[in-house]
Design a protein around this ligand. Structure first.
Ligand SMILES: *Cc1c(COP(=O)(O)O)cnc(C)c1O
Length: 533
């Protein structure tokens, strides 16, 4: 009522301040947005904004979108380096509870007791899993964790009177975010070589440590490496960098191969980030939501990200010598219950078993595919870590087939592609994770073997290099049902290359997309003007 509003005006007015009156409003007040800045042109005119007005209509629209999607609810997503594992329903349910979902990040501390407990327990568990002394949950992505970790190293050197230490050594096998983060904090990146087995070239690393000894800030390594291998000289590597006054950043994106088995804080790392959206089950894809906690050894704890110091906020690292790296004290707090649930339900024994199963599954794939697609890098004992790089580079000469063609053909077999051409061009990197059953892993392997058979037909001349099931993949229903079919293979061979697909078939909604062209040429997907009427 008007009386309520007048009461509110009174409550919020300063002493002696004149209160507004309803008369004034009735005469019309200038709206907040000045007339000159108000939009008069049409907006949100695309039909998608004006079509679905009933709940069933919206439901069917969302269903249509999900039918186009090739996601974990249809097949394994064997993306190496991405750790696409089960996001269990029981892990996800708590994030729907209003106590977690509706909390404002700057609500008074006495209203945040639950989050405080979650923060403390999760940080303690993650420290235990990584062997580090301190951790901040603030960074919103692995790359932000890298940024925060490098800021800590930088601030540490500055505090020792060594602000000039700004060289960051990064092996050539690194994930692209590593050099990008180093650039962001203003470090100078020096790339070090890998040997023919894909391991860090220790001689080159030593030479660069010596050359830059006075100015060495840190090295950034990934363990196990982005080549999917446990490098056996990692302890010596850490000791070498330490001898030259540098700190060791261990990229923890591959922790799915380590949790419960080895801890970076124990084998020589000084700083790591975790990807809770990889190793600790937060669903990811499409850019979020990520959580990239940064973990550090004891003498770097004072340099963990600070908080946007609000009087009564939980102030984890008291001084906050390094500023905040995200706007909320706990970053993407709302999704933390997922990782909490995962760790709580698995327990230490379960987490270790998960790591072992992830490694076993990757080795199983590598071993079963070895006569069809050799694994590029392995340890001296022939084993890989939690992922393997399948080497398809030889196929180009024998058949004209590129890794991309196999990736596209896998869609016809109902699989999301593995990681394509990273970290080595024209290879596929496969990471099954512990979540996939033997049945699903075998289904994938059988698809890969069947595709190798299709490639053999090209190799022996039965199928032309530029017109075959791989080059034309993926095949849409429209493609296959059109009147004319003049291809050198049958429609059945295109759509149902293995019998099981007759039971459950994913139909690609679009044919081959030119990835590189699409990435480099922005175009509008709006309806043409003519259709807007
Ligand atoms: C995923 C990944 C990153 C980056 O993490 P984001 O959360 O995507 O920013 C860094 N390094 C490696 C090895 C990764 O696999």
């Amino acid at each position: 009522t008007r009386a309520d509003i007048e009461l509110l005006w009174k409550i919020f007015a300063k002493d002696g301040q004149a209160l507004p009156t309803f008369d004034a409003f009735e005469k019309g007040v200038e709206p907040l947005i000045p007339a000159a800045l108000r939009r008069t042109s049409p907006y949100l005119t695309h039909p998608v904004f004006n079509t679905h007005h009933s709940e069933t209509g919206m439901l069917r629209y969302i269903r249509q979108l999900s039918d186009k999607d090739l996601a974990l609810d249809r097949s394994m997503i064997p993306l190496g380096s991405c750790t696409m594992k089960l996001n269990a329903t029981s892990e996800m349910i708590p994030i729907t509870w209003p106590e977690f979902a509706n909390m404002h990040p700057f609500a008074p501390a006495d209203q945040q007791q639950g989050y405080k407990e979650l923060d403390e327990q999760l940080r303690a568990w993650l420290c235990q899993a990584t062997g580090y002394a301190g951790i901040s949950l603030q960074p919103n992505a692995g790359s932000q964790g890298e940024y925060a970790g490098l800021l800590a190293i930088q601030a540490y050197h500055a505090a020792q009177g060594h602000a000039h230490r700004n060289i960051c050594l990064i092996p050539s096998s690194a994930h692209g975010t590593n050099p990008a983060s180093a650039q962001m904090v203003g470090m100078q990146v020096v790339v070090t070589k890998c040997d023919e087995n894909g391991n860090v070239d220790m001689a080159d690393l030593q030479a660069k440590c010596e050359q830059h000894s006075q100015n060495l800030a840190c090295v950034m390594i990934t363990y196990p490496s982005t080549h999917g291998v446990f490098e056996t000289q990692v302890k010596e590597l850490c000791a070498l960098v330490h001898r030259h006054g540098g700190r060791v950043y261990v990229d923890g994106a591959n922790m799915n191969a380590l949790v419960g088995v080895a801890a970076p804080g124990e084998f020589g790392g000084d700083v790591s980030h975790l990807n809770l959206h990889k190793t600790f089950c937060i669903p990811h894809g499409g850019g979020g939501p990520g959580v990239g906690p940064v973990c550090v050894v004891q003498d770097l704890v004072p340099y963990l990200p600070g908080l946007p110091g609000q009087g009564d906020q939980p102030q984890a690292p008291a001084q906050g010598k390094v500023g905040p790296v995200s706007a909320a004290p706990l970053g993407n707090a709302a999704v933390l219950p997922i990782s909490w649930m995962y760790i709580r339900m698995m327990g230490a024994v379960g987490l270790q078993a998960a790591t072992e199963a992830a490694i076993l599954s990757a080795n199983y794939i590598s071993a079963r595919l070895k006569d069809h697609y050799p694994t590029l890098y392995a340890s001296a004992n022939g084993h890989v870590a939690h992922e393997c790089i399948l080497d398809l580079r030889g196929l180009k000469d024998t058949s004209g087939v590129m890794a991309e063609d196999v990736a596209k053909r896998l869609i016809d077999y109902g699989f999301h592609a593995p990681t394509l051409s990273f970290p080595v061009p024209n290879t596929l990197m496969v990471e099954p994770t512990e979540s996939e059953t033997l049945f699903e892993i075998d289904r994938f392997i059988d698809a890969m073997i069947a595709i190798r058979g299709e490639i053999r037909q090209i190799e022996n001349g039965a199928m032309p290099q530029d017109n075959n099931p791989l080059k034309n993949a993926p095949h849409t229903a429209e493609n296959l049902l059109s009147g004319e079919w003049a291809r050198p293979y049958s429609r059945e061979a295109a759509a149902y290359p293995v019998a099981a697909l007759r039971q459950a078939k994913y139909w690609s909604p679009v044919g081959r997309v030119d990835n590189v062209y699409g990435d480099r040429n922005l175009f509008c997907s709006c309806l043409p003007v003519s259709e807007l009427g």
